[in-house]
Design a protein around this ligand. Structure first.
Ligand SMILES: C[S@@+](CC[C@H](N)C(=O)[O-])C[C@H]1O[C@@H](n2cnc3c(N)ncnc32)[C@H](O)[C@@H]1O
Length: 225
């Protein structure tokens, strides 16, 4: 049977949501990527890369290195490949985060934006990311749906796939259990203005959206010991 996540995110890709997620996620995602301090010769993995916007930002930093984006949705990967033709150091694979098709210790850095909480087995995926990182390698994830950001909880009933709602300490514990050290958590704010006439589809009201924006996105990072 085909993975329900692949079916759902293939629909998202066909509806142009890969590109709209770039607009929504990038103002926070690029701040997280700046904080990573990616080196010119870095080997970077983007887990759940969607349309590949973050992978392209990372490829601009690791210009003499290599960036690989993986996603369970073959349609997202198609969109990402089409938009990344100009990047010789960037490649994409259709793969599950819970079963990464890479050798141990292949990457210096891993990034994942708004993807982890969809995985059936988050703990397995974080352990896989730890496995493919070199010792000292950095994993940075950003999530917008988490316990301490209450307005984000309204997505749970509107999404067509199940998600995990974790607290900040629970995210840290998953990193610890996977073997990461130097774990840090931080909230990152989106600096873009909120329109007075906001009528987005992700929140019931502008007030909810403002509260969501004030809570910020959660960045969790850890280093392989
Ligand atoms: C909300 S989108 C975020 C995409 C992209 N990171 C961004 O910020 O625009 C979540 C992505 O995770 C992918 N995904 C979901 N489950 C996955 C899994 N088990 N393994 C790999 N990717 C997965 C989806 O296909 C989708 O592209």
């Amino acid at each position: 049977m085909e993975d329900p996540l692949r079916i759902e995110f293939n629909e998202w890709a066909k509806a142009g949501r890969g590109e709209s997620m770039e607009r929504g996620h990038r103002p926070v995602g690029e701040q997280a990527i700046e904080k990573m301090g990616v080196q010119l010769d870095a080997q970077v993995l983007d887990v759940g890369c969607g349309s590949g916007w973050a992978a392209r930002l990372l490829a601009n930093k690791a210009r003499s290195g290599r960036v690989v984006g993986i996603d369970i949705s073959d349609e997202m990967i198609r969109v990402a490949r089409e938009a990344s033709i100009a990047f010789p150091n960037l490649e994409y694979r259709v793969a599950s985060a819970e079963d990464l098709p890479f050798e141990n210790d292949e990457f210096t850095d891993a990034f994942s934006m708004e993807s982890l909480y969809y995985y059936a087995d988050m703990s397995r995926a974080i352990t896989q990311i730890h496995r493919v990182l070199k010792p000292g390698g950095l994993f940075v994830t950003v999530v917008d749906l988490y316990l301490e950001n209450e307005p984000s909880h309204q997505w749970i009933e509107t999404l067509k796939v199940p998600v995990h709602l974790l607290s900040i300490p629970q995210y840290s514990a998953l990193f610890v259990d996977a073997g990461f050290g130097e774990i840090r958590t931080e909230r990152i704010l989106d600096p873009s203005p909120v329109p007075e006439d906001y009528i987005g589809t992700s929140f019931k009201s502008r007030e909810d959206y403002l509260a969501y924006r004030a809570a910020g996105s959660l960045m969790v990072s850890g280093r392989k010991r």
